[in-house]
Design a protein around this ligand. Structure first.
Ligand code: HSE
Length: 424
C-alpha cells in the first residue's frame, strides 16, 4: 500500500463532522490537524485522536499536509488560509459557495500558478454530483440554460405553505425547528445563498464568471399563501430558482428569484429540502439532477468524493493541469433584469371601487403589456380587493413602467408581489 494522503480540515460543524466520520477509519488517509473556531465547544464527536488548533494558518503552513479541506464557510478567514495553502503547494477541497462565487477566478489562477488544484463539488447542491457533471460530463454540449432549485430551506418553506396551507412565518418556524433553516435564515430566504450557487453553476456552464453583486436577487418573503393557491389555479407551482442562460451579446442572464413553474415541468415536483438542477444542452437535450442539497452526510459525500479524486491523482506527474475548472478569468456582464423578457404574475391590493380593473388594464395596455388572465379574490372587511394578473411574455421594463403608473393610482393600495414565470 502506498503512503497515506495527509489532510488538514478547517471547520468542524455539521459537514466537517460528517467528513471526519467518513474518513477516520479509512487506511488511505490521515487527518493530521483540524482547525476550529472554539476548541472548548462541546462536540458530538471524539476528537482525542486528532491535533486540534484554533489557528487555521497552521494547516496551510504544515509541510506534511497534502490536501486542505475547508468546510468552515464564509470568506474570512477561509480565503486567506486557502491562498496560503495553494501558495505552499497544497491542493484544496472546499464546500464554500460564497468564496468560490466571489473569488473563484483568483483562487483558480493561484492554484494554476502553483501546480495544484481546487475542488468544490459540495459548494452547490450538497450531495448531488453537479459540479463534476458540468465540468466533465457535459463538455460535449453548448449549454442553453441552467435552472435550479438550489436552496433546501426555501423549497421546504414553499412546500409546507402549499401542502399544509401554512403561512410563510409558520413554515419558516417549522423549518428552523426541523434544523433546516439557520437561526438567522436571511441568506436563504432573501436569496443570497441562491445568488452564490447560480453564479458558480453559470461560470461552469458558460465558462465565464459574472460579477456576483450584479446578479438580480429577490427572496421569498413577499409570497403569501394566496399566491400559492392562485398560482396552482393558473397551473403553476412557486419555486425559488437560480437561473442562468446567455443574454444578448456577450452578456449572461443570471438571476435568483422565485418563479412560477408550469405544473408538468420536472422542477415543479421537487419537494421539501431537496434540490434539483435542470440543464438544457445541445447534445444531451434536457436533464435534471436531483437529491439532498444539504445535510451532514450528503454534503460530506461530495467533500470526501473530491478528496478521494485528488488523492488518486496526486501520484500522477503534473496532474493539476488537467483538473483546472474550465472557467476563464474574463468576467462577463450580467444582462440587466429590466431587459429580460418574462411572463409575470402580479398581485395588487386595491380599494373595492368601480372601474379599478379598467384602470389597471389601461395602464398595462399603454405600456404594451398584454394580459393573459385577471382574477379578483374577494374583498376584506376593510374594503381591500386583491387582484391578481398574469401577463403574456413582455420586456420587464414595460411591466415596471406600468406598475409605476399603477402604484400612483389613488385606488391602488399596494403592489403585493411580482413574480416571473419560467418559460419552456
Ligand atoms: N442553507 C442551504 C440550503 C444549505 O438551505 O440549501 C447549504 O448550502
Amino acid at each position: 500500500m502506498g503512503a497515506k494522503t495527509v489532510l488538514g480540515i478547517l471547520g468542524l460543524g455539521t459537514v466537517g463532522t460528517g467528513v471526519v466520520d467518513l474518513l477516520r477509519d479509512n487506511p488511505q488517509f490521515e487527518i493530521r490537524r483540524i482547525a476550529v473556531r472554539d476548541i472548548a465547544k462541546p462536540r458530538e464527536i471524539d476528537l482525542s485522536a486528532f491535533e486540534i488548533t484554533e489557528d487555521p494558518f497552521q494547516l496551510a503552513d504544515d509541510p506534511e499536509i497534502d490536501i486542505i479541506v475547508e468546510v468552515a464557510g464564509g470568506v474570512d478567514p477561509a480565503f486567506e488560509v486557502i491562498k496560503r495553502a495553494l501558495t505552499s503547494g497544497k491542493n484544496v477541497v472546499t464546500a464554500n459557495k460564497e468564496l468560490i462565487a466571489k473569488h473563484g477566478p483568483e483562487i483558480f489562477d493561484l492554484a494554476n500558478k502553483h501546480g495544484v488544484t481546487v475542488f468544490f463539488e459540495a459548494a452547490v447542491g450538497g450531495g448531488i454530483p453537479l459540479i463534476s457533471t458540468l465540468q466533465r460530463g457535459l463538455q460535449a454540449n453548448r449549454i442553453s440554460r441552467v435552472a435550479g432549485i438550489v436552496n433546501g430551506t426555501t423549497n421546504y418553506i414553499l412546500t409546507r405553505m402549499e401542502q399544509d396551507r401554512k403561512s410563510f412565518d409558520e413554515a419558516l418556524r417549522e423549518a428552523q425547528a426541523a434544523g433546516f433553516a439557520e437561526t438567522d435564515p436571511s441568506d436563504d430566504i432573501e436569496g443570497r445563498d441562491v445568488v452564490y450557487k447560480i453564479a458558480i453553476l453559470s461560470s461552469l456552464a458558460f465558462q465565464s464568471p459574472v460579477e456576483v453583486s450584479k446578479i438580480f436577487r429577490q427572496g421569498i418573503t413577499q409570497i403569501i399563501d394566496l399566491d400559492i393557491i392562485l398560482a396552482a389555479e393558473f397551473g403553476y407551482r412557486i419555486k425559488m430558482i437560480g437561473l442562468a442562460q446567455p443574454g444578448v451579446g456577450d452578456t449572461l442572464d443570471v438571476r435568483a428569484h422565485p418563479m412560477l413553474i408550469p405544473i408538468h415541468h420536472p422542477l415543479a415536483s421537487v419537494e421539501g429540502v431537496n434540490n434539483a438542477i435542470f440543464i438544457s444542452g445541445s447534445a444531451v437535450g434536457e436533464i435534471m439532477l436531483s437529491g439532498p442539497g444539504a445535510g451532514k452526510y450528503p454534503t460530506a459525500s461530495a467533500v470526501v468524493g473530491d478528496i478521494i479524486n485528488i488523492a488518486s491523482a496526486l501520484k500522477l506527474p503534473d496532474f493539476a493541469r488537467y483538473f483546472q475548472p474550465p472557467i476563464s478569468s474574463q468576467v462577463k456582464p450580467v444582462y440587466p433584469i429590466d431587459e429580460t423578457r418574462n411572463a409575470y404574475y402580479i398581485r395588487l391590493e386595491t380599494h373595492d371601487t368601480p372601474g379599478v380593473i379598467g384602470k389597471l388594464g389601461l395602464a398595462f395596455g399603454q405600456h404594451g403589456v398584454s394580459l393573459h388572465s385577471v382574477a379578483q379574490k374577494g374583498v376584506t372587511s376593510s374594503g381591500t380587493a386583491t387582484i391578481v394578473l398574469l401577463t403574456h411574455t413582455v420586456r420587464e421594463k414595460q411591466v415596471q413602467g406600468a406598475l409605476r403608473e399603477i402604484s400612483a393610482l389613488p385606488t391602488v393600495k399596494q403592489i403585493g408581489v411580482l413574480l416571473r414565470v419560467l418559460n419552456h
